[in-house]
Design a protein around this ligand. Sequence first.
Ligand code: MG
Length: 390
Amino acid sequence: MKITDVRTRVFEWKGRTVPPEPHFCTNPMDMLELPADSMSSFRFHSWLIVEVFTDAGHVGLGNAALSPRLTKQVIDQYLKPILIGQDPFDTEFLWQYMYRQTMAFGRKGVGMVAISAVDLALWDILGKAAGQPIFRLLGGRTKSKIPVYASRLYDPNLKNLAAEASRYKEAGYRAMKMRFGWGPTHGAAGMQRNIELVRCIREVIGNEIDLMAEVYMGWNLDYARRMLPLLEPFNLRWLEEPVIPDDIQGLAALRAAGRIPIASGEHEFTIYGFRDLLEAKAIDYIQFDTNRVGGITQARKIAALAEAHSVPVIPHAGQMHNYHIVMASLNSPMAEYFPVVDVEVGNELFWYIFDGEPVAENGYINLRDDVPGLGLQLKESGLSDFNITE
Ligand code: MG
């Protein structure tokens, strides 16, 4: 089988969006004296779709959501010329070829996101050619269905927050994740606002549902150190990205404090990045996203490395490319899940682009045994909500 063409398109949402409230979610821009809507620069309202065509008629579908326009340029200019004429089954060779070809400017960030999107498309072709879902190429089922955690709870209004947490509890989720709204520039008073958010949710859901909390790189080591003892009574399952991803020593210091498990990795890349995190004993949970970290070709290697360190992998963002990894790994006890809502931060766009994403029932999703590849198709209807750039 040979690759005959590679097509990239950027889907930009033109529908209604919900503007974020102040203190909607901490983020790394909070440290700067910017207008209050700094979260708006972290909203993602477009998606990259890559299709890899073959002479056997199989079309692989890959996707990426970080800087789609730049990712498209990397694929079009650097990766497509490598791929044409190659055998899509040579995933390891092609990954190395793409990695080494873009190494001078790639390695981490947008270069690796581009490689990830292509790699997903190649694995989709493998699955379609074999007539098997990807998880069955990775080792098959390790669980009859995948527990998922509801990931939202952005609302700084306590009444709304309590109602939302209550809805997830009623829907049968056994874990959920909230966002903090205040960081170092808001001082000790902001710390109390953060605690109020956690307390509000804990009171609603009780102690028999896991609660995780997201900082999204919005704190620093000093602030996080001060927050840990305040948060400890609420028995958080993990504290997510409390400092920027380059502060590996900061993550390690927080983990060494032993008060709350530390999770990170959605902004880390390749087996080398995770080797460094594991060697530094910086994290209790690995959260790579397969469509950033280097595709399935890298994700499976990192999953193996994580297993040897007894560090669970609970990928960022759910979605099919991550669900296949979770299904095939005993070291991945659950997956993230973004409930279907109005388009808000952009995490939700995939619901509007793809058919085939499993919908949670009673806190679980499942993958079908009879749908080959990733199990996704572009939606036939509804794409008129997007401006599409070829
Ligand atoms: Mg996160």
